[in-house]
Design a binder for this molecule. Structure first.
Ligand SMILES: *[C@@H]1O[C@H](CO)[C@@H](O)[C@H](O)[C@H]1NC(C)=O
Ligand SMILES: *[C@@H]1O[C@H](CO)[C@@H](O)[C@H](O)[C@H]1NC(C)=O
Ligand SMILES: *[C@@H]1O[C@H](CO)[C@@H](O)[C@H](O)[C@H]1NC(C)=O
Ligand SMILES: *[C@@H]1O[C@H](CO)[C@@H](O)[C@H](O)[C@H]1NC(C)=O
Ligand SMILES: *[C@@H]1O[C@H](CO)[C@@H](O)[C@H](O)[C@H]1NC(C)=O
Ligand SMILES: *[C@@H]1O[C@H](CO)[C@@H](O)[C@H](O)[C@H]1NC(C)=O
Ligand SMILES: *[C@@H]1O[C@H](CO)[C@@H](O)[C@H](O)[C@H]1NC(C)=O
Ligand SMILES: *[C@@H]1O[C@H](CO)[C@@H](O)[C@H](O)[C@H]1NC(C)=O
Length: 490
């Protein structure tokens, strides 16, 4: 990499000139962190012990922040739970929490640490941002005292929030976001009463922020993009991968494409919980991604992005997700269809018995069309085309419309939909489309070894997900993952 160290003064000088102007592009960094976990004792530790553990994690993050800054990064995102880990109850998380003020107070904890003390974690994060002239995004815990006059006030007199904070390159607190869609096991935290829509401006675009499970729901995630028109979303996560449709790199890159926004996703790393998969994603495809189930190391990604992706010449045109599929007639009568389960949802499948062809499979109002040519169909690879139109009800309730081509776990059709990470069959070309009722569809292509396929496919404005020059590796799944938010339960 470029040696910035000897020229630090020149760099700072040039940066200050640049910051007076808007930048066309910027350098983004995300760090996948293998969190040092506290011992699970079941009893609350002292606040000193809590800080000792958090300082160990912040020490590791500091190395990544310095390395990112040396590579010219303007901003770095670190993962959800990256400073204190998980397995907490309300009382055992408490010593890890700080009272985080509203950013409107205009505070640089690094230069004014006593103003809202005790705030050792905010102070250190602020100093790491300021000392390295880089925006730092981190996930920590907030506590807010409440009154016995408030009937919802928890018994310890505090609301407790899973919180993202952003410090700018001077160390000022510029954003605070309380996670709205808590995952089932997060009973140590409270949800804010309303989803918070948090944005901030920089010389390299407008930013929005949310956390992990939030990405599956309308608020605040979709509102930030479609109403507030943010350019980049900051996304700390502790994501447990689920094949075939919900591995981190696959779903997060698809969300960036489907929403037409940059997404900086930093995952925690823990292979025994299937947590890995971070990336720097643009509307036209991933710029960098990382997936590692082999070792327990952290990993830094650095890549360049457009500051204003909507103005970039490569910004994808608007898509009508049902235009093609509603205009063609069904390719084949589905007399050989059968049911199978993907992540608790009952799909309708049809097997692709030939090495090339045109197929249709339907469920309720959704018909999925798939045209394809395999390079050479391998004997032990069985592929099916599947459709699902319904409410998903396990680990959260959300309405899905999904068209998917996937490799079955074995040649036994009963295994279709079970997780499988390797395949042997490449596709020379494919085209997938569906009669979607929603306009929120996320295009996924996942290759053998759980790898993304940047530049190997595109979405046409009539809603077809196509590959014309073939895949570089065998195919695990090609999927149009639709979310019909209006049909979610209240
Ligand atoms: C957990 O307990 C072990 C053994 O008592 C100790 O060596 C280790 O430092 C503790 N870890 C943390 C994070 O406190
Ligand atoms: C920031 O720089 C100051 C002064 O050089 C130093 O005392 C402090 O330890 C640094 N803090 C961090 C978090 O880098
Ligand atoms: C609790 O209510 C009292 C009286 O209304 C008020 O003075 C105090 O600021 C409140 N405390 C909090 C933490 O809201
Ligand atoms: C960002 O800038 C735009 C226009 O330049 C302004 O309308 C908007 O209010 C600003 N947003 C924030 C969060 O400062
Ligand atoms: C991963 O998480 C599990 C469950 O909390 C924990 O037991 C294990 O030690 C973690 N692995 C590492 C390498 O930290
Ligand atoms: C999408 O295309 C279909 C078929 O041409 C048309 O009926 C529908 O109105 C279009 N939807 C939108 C939102 O333009
Ligand atoms: C197969 O397709 C037919 C016609 O669309 C449908 O009525 C039937 O329910 C489907 N079978 C399964 C198992 O989904
Ligand atoms: C699939 O359909 C296309 C046109 O829609 C046709 O050109 C092609 O021959 C068909 N392929 C097969 C194998 O039936």
């Amino acid at each position: 990499m470029i040696m910035f160290q000897p020229h630090v003064y020149a760099t700072v000088f040039i940066l200050s000139i640049l910051q007076a102007f808007a930048l066309d592009s910027y350098i983004a960094a995300v760090y996948e962190h293998s969190v040092i976990l506290p011992n699970v004792t079941g009893r609350p530790v002292s606040s000193e012990e809590a800080l000792t553990l958090m300082n160990k994690n912040m020490g590791v993050l500091e190395g990544a922040i310095k390395a990112a800054a040396q590579q010219g990064a303007h901003i770095i995102v670190t993962p959800e739970d990256g400073i204190y880990g998980w397995v907490f109850k309300r009382d055992t998380i408490f010593p890890y929490l700080e009272d985080i003020p509203d950013p409107q107070v205009n505070w640089i904890p690094c230069t004014d640490p006593e103003r809202f003390a005790p705030a050792a974690v905010q102070e250190r994060l602020s100093c790491m941002a300021r000392n390295n002239s880089i925006y730092v995004v981190a996930n920590i815990g907030d506590k807010k005292p409440c009154n016995s006059s408030d009937p919802k006030c928890p018994s310890n007199g505090h609301y407790q929030y899973n919180t993202n904070v952003v410090f700018d390159s001077k160390g000022k607190l510029v954003a605070r976001y309380h996670k709205y869609n808590l995952f089932m096991s997060e009973t140590q935290f409270d949800s804010p009463k309303e989803p918070e829509i948090v944005t901030f401006n920089t010389s390299f675009g407008k930013f929005g922020i949310f956390t992990c499970f939030d990405i599956l729901f309308h608020d605040p995630a979709v509102t930030l993009v479609s109403k507030l028109h943010v350019d980049t979303v900051l996304f700390p996560t502790a994501w447990m991968n689920v094949l075939p449709h919900l591995t981190a790199i696959e779903f997060h890159s698809a969300w960036a494409m489907g929403m037409g926004v940059n997404l900086l996703a930093a995952d925690t790393h823990n292979t025994s919980l299937a947590m890995t998969g971070s990336g720097i994603y643009a509307p036209d495809g991933p710029r960098a991604f990382h997936y590692n189930m082999e070792t327990e190391d952290g990993h830094l990604l650095v890549a360049e992005l457009s500051s204003l992706p909507r103005l970039s010449p490569t910004y994808p045109s608007a898509v009508n997700w049902s235009a093609y599929a509603t205009s063609v007639k069904q390719f084949s009568p589905d007399d050989h269809n059968f049911s199978g389960v993907i992540f608790f949802d009952k799909f309708t499948f049809t097997e692709l018995t030939k090495p090339e062809g045109n197929r249709t499979v339907c469920q309720k109002d959704l018909c999925c069309h798939f045209s394809y040519r395999m390079t050479e169909k391998q004997e032990d690879d069985v592929y099916v085309l599947g459709a699902f139109d319904g409410l998903h009800v396990v680990e959260g309730e959300y309405y899905l419309q999904i068209c998917t081509l996937l490799k079955c776990k074995s040649t036994d059709l009963k295994t279709c939909g079970e997780p499988v990470a390797t395949a042997h069959t490449r596709f020379e070309e494919f085209s997938l489309s569906g009669t979607f009722g929603t306009s929120y569809v996320f295009p996924e292509v996942l290759l053998s070894g759980v790898q993304l396929a940047p530049g190997e496919f595109q979405v046409l404005s009539d809603g077809r997900l196509i590959s014309q020059s073939g895949t570089s590796k065998p195919v695990l799944t090609v999927t149009l993952f639709g979310r019909w938010y209006e049909k979610d339960p209240p």
